[in-house]
Ligand binder design. Structure first.
Ligand SMILES: [Zn+2]
Length: 382
């Protein structure tokens, strides 16, 4: 038996005026998805447990079958894992953004003008030289997204994600470790001044200690792999012993090579893997941009460039089961994530299900299952 998990990030939505009151999943032309839904089981999944932040770290952890309420410690340690950092028990990881703060303390740009990774690495090296030591170290990541490792005692603080502060007055960390965090954030300003960049300082948030996640193979006795260009998803692979695939042309934008992600999944299954997860960010990106056409287009590309030939390829490999769902909703009119349950689809190539339509309204009245319970249902076939 082969298993595929398909994650169109943030694809679930709400009725959109420009689509005549339909959601993107209703409005898009998705013939293969409709055929799969017609022979499978469509339901509703609470991928974000009550009270938890509706992020891709939480939602994808649930999709991989790990209850976020039990295993999620923060998003930074997951991103740290994607960078190859292993935290010891006496360490905490913080996400370290390069941000632009206005003179009046307004969060002008949580992405610090999107510096190139190469320039950002010089900044992070300078921060390490100037402010590192005493258990504190800076680690370069991608563009404006970096990691600070600090003593575990620094974990106790309340931090605001900088993207929640866009064009608003900055809200600095509070709690027992706030003075250390604020000290570093303030001290970073003189280092950033030496660079001719829009970014003015660092912003620390998203902290957590290393999560203790049992390996996917130990749990299920199966070999799994995933392809995704997103650090959070790749980091979850590292933390659970799921092989993280590199795919030429795979990006976290609209331009990802959908067909290459599909072929990578089929090749990996043909080479012996039992399960492959395909994660594409484009639907979430379109949600954040409020770009209706881009979201519909990203869904149609899923159908045309992934699902259609994926089904043909899977049929050649033998019996298979497929699970499809997003890690959260990213409604176009809100341009941000919501914790609302999302539609899921389970398909068994041999055993037909009750059938349904894979849309939000079709499952609106259905009780939501915990998102992390679906992996077990996929693998057991119950
Ligand atoms: Zn998002």
């Amino acid at each position: 038996m082969k298993y595929v998990v398909c994650v169109p990030d943030g694809c679930a939505d709400e009725p959109v005026e420009a689509l005549g009151g339909r959601t993107p999943l209703e409005a898009a032309s998705l013939p293969t998805l409709a055929a799969l839904a017609g022979r499978g089981e469509v339901g509703r999944a609470a991928v974000i447990p009550p009270g938890m932040p509706p992020g891709s770290d939480v939602g994808n952890m649930a999709i991989l079958g790990y209850d976020p309420a039990e295993y999620h410690t923060g998003r930074a340690p997951i991103e740290a894992a994607a960078l190859g950092l292993k935290l010891s028990p006496d360490q905490v990881a913080y996400r370290c953004n390069l941000v632009t703060l206005g003179d009046d303390g307004t969060m002008v740009d949580f992405a610090g003008g999107h510096p190139s990774s190469a320039v950002a690495e010089e900044v992070i090296d300078a921060l390490e030289a100037e402010l590192g030591g005493g258990g504190v170290s800076f680690h370069p990541g991608v563009e404006y997204r970096h990691i600070l490792v600090a003593p575990a005692a620094w974990a106790e603080s309340d931090c605001t994600p900088p993207h929640d502060l866009s064009d608003k007055p900055a809200v600095f960390p509070t709690g027992p470790a706030s003075s250390q965090l604020r000290g570093l954030m303030d001290a970073s300003r003189s280092v950033l001044q030496r660079f001719d960049l829009p970014a003015t300082q660092i912003w620390l948030w998203g902290q957590g200690v290393q999560p203790e996640m049992p390996s996917f193979t130990d749990r299920w006795g199966l070999d799994a792999a995933l392809n995704s260009a997103v650090d959070l998803v790749r980091g979850l692979g590292v933390l659970t012993g799921i092989e993280v695939l590199d795919v030429e042309g795979m990006t976290a934008g609209y331009d990802t090579d959908y067909a290459a992600q599909r072929e990578s999944a089929l090749d990996t299954l043909a080479d012996g893997a039992d399960l492959v997860l395909i994660h594409v960010e484009a639907t979430d990106e379109a949600g954040h941009a409020g770009d209706v056409a881009a979201k519909v287009d990203a869904l149609e590309r899923w159908d045309r460039d992934i699902l259609t030939d994926l089904v043909t390829g899977l049929d050649r490999l033998g019996p298979w089961r497929l699970l499809l769902l997003p890690d959260h909703a990213t409604p176009l009119h809100l341009k941000t994530h919501t914790p609302d349950p999302v539609p899921y689809l389970l398909v068994d190539s041999v055993r037909p299900g009750p059938g349904g339509a894979y849309t939000e309204p079709a499952v609106a009245g259905v009780a939501a299952r915990p998102g992390h319970s679906l992996m077990g249902r996929l693998l057991r076939g119950d």
